[in-house]
Design a protein around this ligand. Structure first.
Ligand code: ADP
Ligand code: ZN
Length: 493
């Protein structure tokens, strides 16, 4: 499901469109850096093969399944592949067909690359890694020839795992609007030709990763090609706990730090995020010449990962802007706490370098399904910021700070209508992403109707609880940041 933990504001509550564009550039710049950093981490310099710039190779992979915390279904799902690569004859005697290709799919940073590498490590196979984007070329035949090279190389190094990250770059649905060019189609065909041509005694398995399985071309996921699909999802509480343990193994942690508690606060973080939290916490500790990593360091690191670093220079933020942000965040917090009974570990009006004016961290708990009422209430939580602004400052003085909230509220309402079949007018329908567009008048009017209705309810709810909104906002203005205990104290009575 689409819900994220954090309700983040765009930078200036007075942000104009230009401002917004500037900030989205800054935001994507930061994210770009992180992505690059992660990729580097996935393939450390020592592992890069010298013979080609389009893929990296390593013979003795020292990553094992035990380095991958959580993801136990995915690991179980690949156990037979390890056995096969170790002793293929045993399988051949029984006429067992082992998949030629596996697709690992799920959100970024959930350990897909790590799993593929661990598969090679467990099986004692070579690990040859590349990314789909390396094959996207406008020159005739270049992509296809790189694919041929990749497989030629793998055949020399068997048993081998070929890992193709971002397979959707070449394996996206063909023919659908604007996705792939005829060059990409040739590249994809070459990949299929190579896989179809695997002989039984070629111990090569192709592992591909993507964020979106439904975007892949049908030819790719057909039987005999990538016919095993393994979901690698965001870690649950237990997995987050395990991942935190893995990434604090070699770090001096203060005794007060309870990793289970940290795991509870980090719902919707990926393995990569959690690894980032421990790393940042260590850096904060070192900067302070501390002998160990304390709760405070970890706390700051969590803030940094979800919202960005605290901004040092805040001179350009006026008192009025601060006040608006305080009421806005208090609005989110009131709805989350009182209406949705969600846990709210932190509310902050400290602006961040990632362009947030403030944020409300919401911990929705772990649930497999949500009822229609719960989803509507979630939307209410997103609208709570704007509603509080309107109530306190008047309809004429609402700000663009709610833009991200509105975007997500819209998306949620649209999902409710077009995926979950929960709208009265449209009934029991569920569409593919590509079939959904707000250009469609019926969808637009249904979405609008839902949002309008919930917004009115949200206004009412906050009006009834206006005294609580006041105390939370005032507290934020004096302390800038409040945690769950403070909040609970303020909201009783
Ligand atoms: P993906 O390929 O899904 O985008 P990666 O495998 O590149 O994600 O993960 C990036 C980093 O995040 C890993 O190198 C590792 O440090 C950390 N990580 C992600 N998932 C896990 C996990 N399940 N256990 C331990 N570390 C993890
Ligand atoms: Zn908001």
């Amino acid at each position: 499901m689409e819900h994220k933990v954090i309700i983040k504001e765009s930078s200036s509550v007075y942000s104009t469109i230009l401002n917004f564009i500037l900030f989205s550039i800054i935001i994507s710049f930061v994210i770009g850096l992180i992505a690059r950093y992660r990729k580097k981490e996935a393939f450390p310099a020592g592992m890069r093969g010298a013979n080609s710039e389009h893929f990296s190779e390593s013979k003795d992979v020292n990553v094992k399944f035990s380095d991958v915390a959580g993801n136990s279904e995915a690991k179980d799902n690949m156990q037979d592949i390890i056995e096969f690569l170790k002793d293929p004859d045993r399988f051949k005697k029984f006429g067992v067909k082992i998949p030629k290709g596996i697709i690992l799919y799920g959100p970024p940073g959930t350990g897909k690359t790590l799993l593929a590498k661990a598969l090679a490590g467990e099986a004692g196979a070579s690990f040859i890694a590349t990314s789909g984007s390396n094959f996207v070329e406008k020159y005739v035949g270049v992509g296809a020839s790189r694919i041929r090279k990749l497989f030629t190389e793998a055949r020399k190094k068997t048993p081998a795992i070929i890992f193709i990250d971002e397979i959707d770059a070449v394996g996206g649905k063909r023919g659908s609007e604007g996705t792939s060019t005829s060059e990409d189609a040739k590249t994809l065909n070459q990949l299929l030709v190579e896989m179809d041509g695997f002989k039984d005694d070629e111990n090569i398995i192709v592992v591909a990763a993507t964020n979106r399985l439904d975007m892949l071309d049908d030819a790719l996921i057909r039987a005999g090609r990538f016919d095993r699909h393994v979901m690698v999802g965001l870690p649950d509480l237990n997995a987050r706990h395990e991942i935190l343990k893995v990434h604090s193994k070699n770090k001096p942690l203060s005794k007060e730090v309870d990793l289970l508690q940290i795991a509870k606060q980090t719902v919707y973080m990926s393995g990569a995020d959690l690894s980032g939290v421990m790393n940042e916490a260590a850096i904060y500790a070192i900067k302070e010449n501390s002998t160990e990593i304390t709760l405070r360091h970890i706390d700051r690191a969590i803030n940094k990962i979800v919202a960005g670093d605290e901004k040092k220079d805040r001179s350009n933020i006026s008192d009025l802007e601060k006040k608006i942000t305080a009421y806005h965040e208090a609005g989110h917090a009131i709805i989350a706490k009182l209406l949705n009974k969600e846990s709210v570990p932190k509310v902050s009006i400290i602006p961040t370098t990632k362009g947030a004016a403030g944020y409300t961290l919401i911990n929705p708990g772990e649930k497999m399904f949500q009822t229609k009422e719960e989803i509507l209430n979630k939307i209410s939580g997103l609208l709570g910021g704007r509603a509080a602004e309107e109530i306190i400052f008047g309809k004429q003085n609402i700000t663009g700070g709610a833009s991200n909230d509105l975007q997500r509220a819209t998306k949620m309402a649209l999902t409710l209508i077009t995926k979950y079949g929960m709208s009265e007018k449209l009934g029991l329908v569920s569409f593919d992403d590509r079939e959904i567009s707000l250009q469609n008048e019926l969808l637009l009017s249904e979405t609008k109707q839902i949002l309008d209705k919930i917004y009115k309810k949200t206004l009412d709810y906050i009006l009834v609880n206006k005294d609580k909104l006041e105390v939370v906002a005032q507290r934020l203005l004096s302390y800038e940041i409040i945690d769950e205990n403070d909040l609970d104290m303020l909201l009783v009575g």
